[in-house]
Design a protein around this ligand. Structure first.
Ligand SMILES: NC(=O)c1ccc[n+]([C@@H]2O[C@H](COP(=O)([O-])OP(=O)(O)OC[C@H]3O[C@@H](n4cnc5c(N)ncnc54)[C@H](O)[C@@H]3O)[C@@H](O)[C@H]2O)c1
Length: 335
């Protein structure tokens, strides 16, 4: 054994290891070059595809026969989405805490051609209620294939003035409810490798706003959650389950009544009907992110590359420090 471990043997083994290492290094370099080249070619392709899509919109998918569940369907954007889905041959499932609101939505969607409408009182902030009503929907209607998490609330108070209970409620409705509805309805979608998850978040989930700390945090979380599950679906090969994250600026629904915009041309208060149409278009074309108005794409891109002081200057220029000054929107009462 001793001669084997002599200097000649060690030199020989070291040489062999160097040869193996160099060839591995060569393969790694080769892989690096190939993969980088592939990414460059694909980025050119995807950018060109995005430009072409600006002029030639992709074809709408057919949603006939789908079961569409909309939370917070008793008013505002939820009601409008239900109305826009009404003539498309879907079964509509409406959830809200507002019974009269849902009855009105149900009447409106039937006027617009919906034949299968089901509504359920469901407080989305309550996990056990979400699971209980979800089971009822599965028994009475079937497996939901398009889930729109739209219900949302806002406290509209400065962080230190917001009662703990309202902060918690904001997270339960704007964020945690999404976890429970996904848990309830995603298994059937993944089993069929078919479905669509829609998160009605907010531009306040991409950029902080003075006076909206809890709301912004809840929407940031909702976006992080939806984005991560979307990746999980892709990573597990469930690419038949599509995802759309919606991030609008203020919409004229009453939720943010009184909030103002400094430059309406750059950042207009959005018309609810316009927003609902854009959301439907995004769902029907499997658009992954929808930011409204269009200037938001630029503002959000800029936020991540400019120096922080310049960001604050631009924020002041855009009026972001005073958006909430005259807020008198729908505030949830302290329980
Ligand atoms: N209005 C805006 O300026 C604006 C801007 C960006 C994003 N958004 C988001 O769009 C979504 C819709 O907002 P909107 O403007 O239509 O508001 P809205 O107040 O008109 O509608 C919200 C609906 O959610 C329901 N709801 C509230 N708590 C609930 C709960 N615990 N369980 C079930 N339903 C509940 C309400 O009853 C109401 O019908 C929200 O998620 C909101 O955060 C709104």
């Amino acid at each position: 054994m001793l001669p084997l471990a002599g200097p000649r043997f060690i030199r020989c083994q070291t040489h062999r290891l160097q040869v193996i290492y160099k060839s591995l290094l060569g393969i790694r370099r080769m892989n690096f070059l190939m993969e980088t080249l592939q990414v460059i070619v694909m980025s050119i392709y995807y950018n060109m595809e995005a430009v072409v899509r600006l002029f030639i919109p992709p074809k709408n998918k057919n949603v006939t026969g789908e079961i569409v569940l909309i939370t917070g369907a008793g008013s505002g954007i939820g009601r409008l989405l239900a109305e826009k889905f009404a003539p498309l041959g879907v079964s509509l499932v409406l959830w809200d805490i507002n019974q009269e609101g849902m009855e009105e939505t149900s009447r409106l969607v039937q006027e617009k051609g919906a034949t299968k409408v089901h509504y359920y009182l469901c407080d989305c902030s309550d996990k056990s209620e979400v699971y209980r009503v979800a089971d009822k929907v599965k028994r009475e209607v079937g497996d939901v294939s398009i889930l729109i998490n739209n219900a949302g609330i806002v406290t509209g108070r400065k962080f230190m003035d917001a009662p703990d209970s309202l902060i918690e409620k904001t997270f339960e409705v704007n964020t945690m409810a999404h976890f429970w509805t996904y848990k309830a309805f995603l298994p059937a979608m993944t089993a069929n490798n078919h479905g669509h998850l829609v998160s009605i978040a907010s531009s306040a989930g991409l950029i902080g706003v003075n006076g909206l700390a809890d709301y912004c945090a809840s929407k940031f979380a909702a976006i992080g959650f939806a984005e991560s599950v979307a990746l999980e679906l892709l990573a597990t090969g469930k690419d038949g389950v599509k995802t759309t994250i919606v991030c609008p600026f203020f919409i004229n629904t009453g939720m943010f009544d009184g909030c103002n915009t400094k430059w309406p041309l750059l950042l207009p208060i959005l018309d609810p009907d316009y927003v609902a149409n854009k959301i439907i278009e995004a769902i029907l074309t499997d658009q992954v992110y929808l930011l409204l108005p269009r200037t938001m794409y630029f503002i959000i891109g800029l936020k991540n590359i400019i120096p922080a002081k310049l960001g604050i200057l631009l924020g002041m220029y855009l009026g972001a420090f005073n958006f909430m000054d005259a807020f008198k929107g729908r505030v949830k009462k302290v329980e």
